[in-house]
Ligand binder design. Structure first.
Ligand code: FPP
Length: 253
C-alpha cells in the first residue's frame, strides 16, 4: 500500500539517485521550540525515520543511509545517550516485521561493538532476518564517524602490508573503498541535511567526493515525504559533471 505522498509520483528512473544519505538534524531545536524535553524531539524524529524509509522504498531508492548517532554523540549528557539507545532499540524491534515485509535489508555502518549489548543483539536479529532482502538497503550510521572509519581502514591495510598479504604498491582508491564500512555500495549521489546547518559533521567524507548536497531549513521532526520528493526532483534537475565538462558546452561537441 503506497503512502499518500508517494502515490502517483513520477520521477525519471534514469536520474533517480541510487544512494541517498540523510543527516537528520534538529530534533533538539524542534523540542525546544515546543517547550518539550529534547528526548521528545528524538521520539518524533524516529516517527519520521519510519515514514522516510517507507517513502524511499516506494520511490525505488536502492540505498538509504541515515546518520542516527555519531562517534561525537557519545559526549552528549548520559541520559540523552541512554534515551537515544532505548529509542533505537524500540524502533528496531517495532519496525523489524515492516522492514522484512517491505523487502528492506538492514545494515549498520559504524562501531557496532561500542553500542550497548542489548541494542547490538536486536540489530543482529534484524540484520539476520533481512539479510536476503533486495529492494532497498537501509544503512543506519551508528557510532559512525568518517575519520574513525578512514583511520580503521588505514590500520587494516597497514596490518595486511605487515603480514605480507598486501604490497604498498597495491594501494588504490578501490582498495581503500573496500576497507570502509560502505564497501560494495555506491557512493551517495545525494546528501540531505535538515535544520539549515551547512556542514557534513564527519559524515561519509570519503564517499561524498561527488555527492550533491541539499540543505533544507526544516527540522527533522517536521520533515515530510512531500519535501523528500521535492528534493529528489531538485536533484534530478542538477547537472552532475564529476569534474568534467558538460557535453553540451564542450568545444568538440
Ligand atoms: C540530531 O538532532 C539527531 C540525532 C543526534 C539523533 C537522530 C535520531 C533519531 C532521528 C531518532 C532515532 C533514530 C532511529 C534510526 C530510529 P539534534 O539532537 O542534534 O538536534 P539539535 O541540533 O536541534 O540539538
Amino acid at each position: 500500500m503506497k503512502s499518500n505522498s508517494t502515490q502517483d509520483v513520477i520521477l525519471n528512473p534514469e536520474t533517480l539517485p541510487s544512494h541517498v544519505a540523510i543527516i537528520m538534524d534538529g530534533n533538539g531545536r524542534w523540542a525546544k521550540k515546543k517547550m518539550l524535553n529534547r528526548i521528545k524531539g528524538h521520539e518524533q524524529g524516529s516517527q519520521i525515520v519510519r515514514s522516510i524509509v517507507t517513502a524511499a522504498r516506494e520511490l525505488k531508492i536502492g540505498t538509504l543511509t541515515l546518520y542516527a548517532f555519531s562517534t561525537e554523540n557519545w559526549a552528549r549528557p548520559k541520559h540523552e545517550v541512554k534515551a537515544l539507545m532505548m529509542l533505537l532499540k524500540k524502533s528496531i524491534v517495532s519496525q523489524r516485521e515492516e522492514l522484512s515485509k517491505n523487502n528492506i535489508r538492514l545494515n549498520i555502518i559504524g562501531q557496532k561493538h561500542k553500542l550497548p549489548l542489548d541494542v547490538q543483539k536486536e540489530l543482529e536479529v534484524t540484520m539476520e532476518l533481512t539479510k536476503n532482502n533486495n529492494k532497498m538497503l537501509l544503512n543506519l550510521a551508528l557510532s559512525y564517524g568518517s575519520r574513525e572509519e578512514i583511520t580503521t581502514a588505514f590500520k587494516r591495510i597497514a596490518e595486511k602490508i605487515e603480514s605480507k598479504d598486501l604490497d604498498s604498491r597495491d594501494i588504490t582508491q578501490d582498495l581503500i573503498c573496500d576497507h570502509l564500512y560502505t564497501r560494495a555500495m555506491p557512493d551517495p549521489d545525494l546528501i540531505i541535511r535538515t535544520s539549515g546547518e551547512y556542514r557534513l559533521s564527519n559524515f561519509l567524507l570519503w564517499q561524498a567526493a561527488y555527492s550533491e548536497i541539499y540543505i533544507c531549513d526544516t527540522l527533522w521532526p517536521d520533515f515530510t515525504e512531500s519535501e523528500f520528493i521535492e528534493i529528489l526532483k531538485n536533484f534530478q534537475k542538477r547537472d552532475r559533471r564529476f569534474g568534467k565538462v558538460a557535453c553540451s558546452t564542450s568545444n568538440d561537441g
